[in-house]
Design a protein around this ligand. Structure first.
Ligand SMILES: Nc1nc2[nH]cnc2c(=O)[nH]1
Length: 909
């Protein structure tokens, strides 16, 4: 059971888990707990949303950090690359015109020789390991060069970046050019021993008794051709001392290579026999390629328990042949996949998956051509490999080949959580991009409603869907998927916690980085794509530009807590005890919605609070955040800075913030510890005479109102935009509150207010907490508006560009408003968040920001285009005169455009 210092992270959502060569589980609502060491603590395969709380409680994990996977995301075990050459990555994509032996002499040895230069080695290996991690490879078997120092550097880098790996120095003392050959057997063996000592001395995190360190040495006789008998004899003795030491080498890759090998070892009858005669074939030997094995060799390898690394991309590229993997599987050999860069031209195991599929099909064609009849006992030989088998080879099969089957390759309690979080969400651009993962994701499109799943997943049921190569060909963009960004500034880092024993790859989106990386227009486009909402994207950009705050995009919480929540399938009624818990929480709750519940509960106003499933998750997250992450780990200075910035911003603009509760249809103007009542007081002071008012006349407002728009997500995925909402200052009748206008005369352009039962707080919290939008989901349920004081309004300027540059401070008080009201009520508490202030300086109409915000949201093309053209214009003389900090910042960015770089980075947690 996790203790306070041994906190679990719990994932809730779809999980794909390979279970055998022919099957895997697709678990749409899996709850999977990972302990602080990165090991899987427990798994509950199916948990309905309404059972979530109870299950967590039963598991005794109230403090767990629950990661709620978004629709379109799922977990699979990390990929295992059982064979690749780190120093050959710079050659990747070249050499397809050669066969193996010429290729080695012409391209490969010259490149590897360069790694004598340790600085070159460091630079190159850093990039190589990051690229490999970015490709989703959580465990990798690396060949280095013959150089000891360079290979130590490779091991150090792997270690520091947190990848699980075997790292080997090539043993090669003959049949190589004079500039790239080891001088003696002793030199080769001593360097190997030195490397083993070095890697085993790396300070690795404590692991459970039955687990192995994350980075391990591996003895690497390059291939029989490049090792004399003496050298192989010594290596045989070395491994005999240490049964746990892995061995990797090449076998039977190319016909000329096989002939040459047999000529060099005349006493051996087969290639496998050569290795066996030196004691090099054992259960932890990894044999790469194995394209042309005889039946006797297969039997020998089976008897020794060695594993095969199937490298189909390389086998095609160097014209080596097609390995009959189905035959080996039928024989019971252990098989995993290898990229074999740079024989292979792709660093990703997904590419190996594809080519393994094609290779199996080629075998099946060949068998048909030779009309060989199929014995019934053959499950795999001469047949296409099905998806479950391909998944198995990429994960659990690779683990078995590495001797790590107890530790990685699938999800099970006690195993390390080496995992990939895969997204096929619409914003990634192409759900079929991942081929295998696209196929896997199709399982969940059945489990979910169509609405819950992005359209691009539909039909992704086979490897043929491997479209959209564009995004993955850039090797730094392995998971081109937006996800939550961490609360750090300003740029996402690609470093990996070296103390973590596990490799859970995660993708970050960092608004700041996007803005810095791209020219403005593509940056905004990217943000819109990511956030799924133009306004939110722009708000995020503004937040970053003004305050350096990063907004995190996480799942929309649909934080329903009104009676109407019961309309949401799966919502639960929160009992008094839970309310009590929430009220404790709300003592520190920066999210007024919960404060509202708690305070009203305290007043005995309502016991009937319903929470949607997401609301429950959200409450849990909030508890955790407050109890653990926030208070303990957060940089207090950052919080203070952010809070101060927000305060200043709010002071300047007399912002209203959310202080009401739709649940109870009552205003909550004295919300306990919330730092907001003075805002309401300030509104009241400004307009003490306020009562119910008529709607504003053009160019003149008889009485103060808040005018704006709300966007709601109602049940399911329907989205509703309520334009022209008017909230009035309730004045003396209900001091300190703003009230939604009840008029719903559709003919009136300023009415049509539609009630909602959902509220969300978006940038309010992001700004107030200093860094991150923990409140989640501003894409929906956002309301915004502007306070329009009574009296004549600034005259309308026909040039939106000029209007955009008017300093908002010069225009009197300005309020951003947000409203949420309970359904059907004409007398409903409403409240405001500063979302709309993100749009200050961007529009100039009688109704200020609200109008331009409306224009953007509601499709008023000309205004929206004007706004955007302001953002994108190359030359904005007015802006250069310094009216608008935002515009200045934008211009600053424009003056220093940086080249297009990868958007996403992966962190390991
Ligand atoms: N594919 C491949 N086969 C080899 N055999 C010996 N060395 C190599 C190598 O670097 N790549």
């Amino acid at each position: 059971m996790p203790s306070a210092d041994n906190l679990a992270t719990i994932f809730y959502g779809p999980v794909i888990n390979p279970t055998s060569l022919t099957s895997y589980s697709a678990l749409p609502r899996c709850l999977l707990a990972v302990d602080a060491l990165g090991n899987i603590d427990w798994i509950v395969e199916e948990v309905a949303p309404y059972e979530l709380q109870n299950t967590l409680a039963a598991k005794g994990s109230p403090d767990a950090n629950v990661v709620d996977l978004k629709d379109g995301e799922f977990l699979i075990p990390g990929f295992i690359d059982t064979h690749t050459h780190a120093p050959q990555v710079p050659n990747m994509g070249t050499g397809g015109q050669y066969q193996l032996l010429d290729w080695l002499q012409t391209l490969t040895f010259p490149m590897e020789a360069k790694f004598e230069d340790v600085e070159f080695a460091r630079r190159t290996y850093e990039s190589v390991v990051k690229r490999t991690i970015n490709a989703g490879t959580t465990t990798c078997c690396y060949y280095g060069t013959l150089h000891l120092e360079a290979t130590k550097i490779l091991a150090d880098i792997v270690h520091s970046l947190g990848q699980r790996a075997f790292v080997g120095k090539c043993n090669m003392n003959r049949e190589s050019p004079s500039y790239y050959v080891e001088p003696s057997v002793d030199a080769s063996v001593n360097a190997t021993r030195d490397l083993i000592t070095h890697i085993r001395a790396l300070s690795q995190p404590t692991v459970a008794a039955d687990q192995e360190p994350r980075v391990q040495p591996i003895v690497t006789p390059r291939f029989a051709i490049s090792c004399t008998d003496d050298l192989l004899t010594e290596l045989g003795s070395l491994i005999a001392e240490d049964p746990n030491l892995r061995i990797q080498t090449h076998i039977s890759e190319n016909p000329s290579e096989i002939d040459f090998t047999l000529s060099l070892f005349p006493s051996a009858s087969t290639y496998a026999g050569v290795y066996d005669s030196f004691g090099l074939l054992r259960s932890n030997t990894i044999l790469a390629h194995a394209v042309h094995l005889s039946e006797d060799e297969v039997d020998l390898i089976k008897a020794r328990g060695s594993g095969i690394s199937h490298c189909p991309t390389s086998n095609f590229n160097l014209s080596s042949g097609v390995a009959p993997i189905g035959r080996y599987l039928d024989k019971g050999l252990k098989v995993g996949l290898g990229t074999d860069v740079a024989g292979g031209f792709n660093i990703s195991i997904l590419n190996a998956v594809q080519n393994a599929s094609i290779a199996a099909k080629v075998c099946s064609f060949q068998a048909q051509d030779s009309s060989t009849s199929q014995p019934a006992s053959q499950d795999f030989a001469n047949k296409a490999l099905p998806i479950p088998t391909l998944l198995y080879l990429a994960t659990a099969g690779g683990a078995a080949v590495c001797g790590l089957e107890k530790q990685v390759g699938s999800f099970a309690p006690g195993k390390s959580f080496d995992a990939l979080l895969v997204s096929v969400r619409e914003e990634v651009g192409n759900g079929g991009l991942w081929g295998l993962t696209g196929a896997l994701s199709s399982h969940f499109s059945e489990a979910y409603s169509n609405a819950a799943y992005p359209h691009n997943v539909a039909g992704s049921s086979s490897l043929a869907d491997f479209a959209g190569m564009k995004a993955v060909t850039h090797q730094e963009v392995p998971l081109p998927l937006p996800g939550p960004s961490e609360p750090h500034l300003p740029a996402a880092s690609t470093t990996t916690a070296s103390t973590s024993h596990s490799n859970h790859l995660k993708v970050n989106v960092d608004v700041g980085r996007i803005l810095k990386t791209f020219h403005l227009q593509p940056a905004i486009d990217q943000l819109v794509h990511i956030f799924g909402d133009r306004q939110l994207a722009l708000a995020a950009a503004m937040l970053y530009l003004k305050f350096g705050l990063t907004v995190r995009r996480v799942r929309i919480p649909t934080m329903v807590y009104s009676d109407h929540a019961k309309l949401i399938p799966g919502s639960i009624q929160v009992p008094a005890a839970s309310l009590h818990m929430l009220s404790i929480l709300c003592a520190q709750d920066p999210i007024p919605g919960f404060a509202a519940i708690a305070a009203n509960h305290g007043k005995g106003v309502s016991n009937n609070v319903f929470l949607s499933p997401e609301g429950v998750m959200y409450a849990r997250r909030l508890i955790l955040k407050l109890n653990k992450n926030e208070l303990r780990h957060r940089d207090p200075a950052a919080v203070e800075r952010g809070t101060a910035a927000l305060q200043r911003y709010m002071d300047d603009r007399q912002l209203l913030v959310d202080v009401g509760s739709a649940a109870n249809q009552r205003p909550l103007s004295t919300a306990g510890t919330l730092p907001v009542p003075w805002k309401l007081a300030s509104l009241r002071r400004s307009h003490p005479e306020a009562e119910r008012h008529s709607l504003p006349a053009e160019h003149s407002v008889a009485r103060p109102v808040v005018y704006g728009t709300s966007i709601q997500q109602s049940q399911g995925d329907r989205r509703k935009v309520n334009e022209g909402q008017v909230w009035e200052d309730c004045g003396a009748r209900d001091p300190g509150t703003v009230q939604q206008h009840s008029t719903s005369t559709s003919a009136n352009p300023f009415s049509g207010a539609t009630p909602s039962y959902i509220t969300s707080q978006t940038v309010t919290h992001a700004t107030r907490s200093g860094e991150v939008d923990w409140s989640s989901g501003a894409a929906m349920n956002v309301s915004y508006g502007r306070y329009i004081p009574e009296g004549p309004q600034p005259s309308y300027t026909s040039s939106p560009l000029a209007g955009a540059l008017v300093d908002s401070n010069a225009r009197g008080s300005e309020f951003a408003g947000a409203a949420a009201s309970s359904q059907g009520s004409s007398d409903t508490a409403s409240w405001c968040t500063p979302s709309a202030t993100m749009y200050d300086n961007i529009g100039h109409t009688p109704y200020g920001n609200a109008a331009s915000a409306d224009a953007m949201e509601l499709g008023n093309t000309s205004k929206r285009e004007s706004f955007l053209s302001m953002l994108y214009a190359d030359d904005i003389p007015e802006a250069q005169s310094g009216h608008s900090a935002v515009t200045q910042a934008i211009l600053g960015l424009r003056k220093h455009p940086v080249p297009l770089n990868p958007l996403w980075s992966l962190d390991t947690v």
